[in-house]
Design a protein around this ligand. Structure first.
Ligand SMILES: [Zn+2]
Length: 302
């Protein structure tokens, strides 16, 4: 039996144990109160590592079975254990997260290897594991404050799909990274607030349903942008299944996305794509963080 601990740090921290690619036991959460928005944004990076280490120690301490690997997933560009950038958790930018967490854990007597992954990649790994498809390409869009793109199996690269260019309009400049024409500059929550200074994103979508022309046009642009980015990945890596999840996935109308996608993907062999919405769920990412760690240290067949 392989055992692992998965940890996901986004707007909050969650952690759980895995046994044989399934979550087992309780899910720990920080902060415990679900209604604390932006709870981590003001926490210094060293304290964040201590929070992660405390949760992991608590999960390790409850069982006699040793842990084979620890996987931690965070938003941003994560390569070789280093958080190269993280616009939504800027204090961890540049952090050698895997090494730093392993060092703090070693002081607590925990020596299992630590793997760090991008949070959207962890969701893709979790989806693949849940469906028993660890041998297949799985791609996930996470729709939240930022727009994440995750893929399993992991391959070397940056894969910042949320920052793919989907328009040549020079006025499209709302992306948090500062780049012009980016997907996240249209679809991201913060970007929508900057575009509609008088409306919250929820109001934009509600007004569109009531027929407001300005909001309807934007909601169509929102779906066309996601279709354009998805079409680009289909033209690069081929068709297959795309999953959509995240805090704001409720804005997505799959039929509208599909109809735009069908205008953009015309080559016959590429038209066998499929689209599926997954309700936002901490557990998929937790599972994926653990599965990715076991895979990274070659502790299971993948
Ligand atoms: Zn960008």
């Amino acid at each position: 039996m392989t055992t692992a601990i998965g940890v996901v740090m986004t707007e909050h921290v969650v952690a759980s144990r895995l046994a044989n690619q399934r979550l087992t036991g309780e899910v720990l959460r920080y902060p415990v109160d679900e209604d604390t928005p932006d709870a981590l944004s003001a926490v210094p990076s060293g304290d964040l590592v201590d929070i992660l280490a405390s949760q992991i120690s608590s999960l390790v301490g409850k069982e006699t079975q040793p842990v084979d690997a620890i996987g931690v997933a965070v938003p941003g560009i994560v390569r070789h254990g280093v958080v190269e950038d993280s616009p939504n958790l800027p204090q961890i930018k540049g952090m050698r997260l895997a090494a730093e967490l392993a060092r703090v854990l070693a002081n607590r007597g925990i020596t299992a290897p630590v793997h760090a992954a991008n949070d959207a990649d962890a969701i893709a790994a979790g989806v693949a594991a849940t469906h028993g498809h660890l041998d297949r390409l799985t791609r996930v869009w996470t729709i939240g404050n930022g727009i994440g793109y995750g893929r399993w199996p992991y391959i070397e690269g940056v894969w910042e799909g949320g920052h793919i260019t989907v328009t040549l309009d020079p006025k499209e400049k709302f992306c948090g990274c500062g780049g012009v024409g980016h997907l996240e500059g249209i679809m991201g929550y913060r970007a929508m607030r900057m575009r509609f200074l008088d409306l919250e994103p929820e109001e934009i979508f509600a007004n569109a349903r009531r027929g407001d022309l300005r909001c309807r046009e934007f909601v169509d642009l929102w779906h066309r942008a996601l279709a354009a980015a998805t079409a680009s990945f289909i033209h690069l890596a081929g068709p297959g299944r795309f999953y959509f999840t995240g805090h704001n996935v409720g804005f997505l109308e799959l039929h509208r996305l599909r109809s735009h996608l069908e205008t953009m993907v015309k080559m016959g062999p590429l038209q066998s794509f499929s689209l599926e919405v997954l309700p936002p769920d901490d557990e998929i990412g937790l599972l994926g963080a653990g599965v990715a760690a076991l895979g990274a240290f070659s502790l299971q067949e993948i």
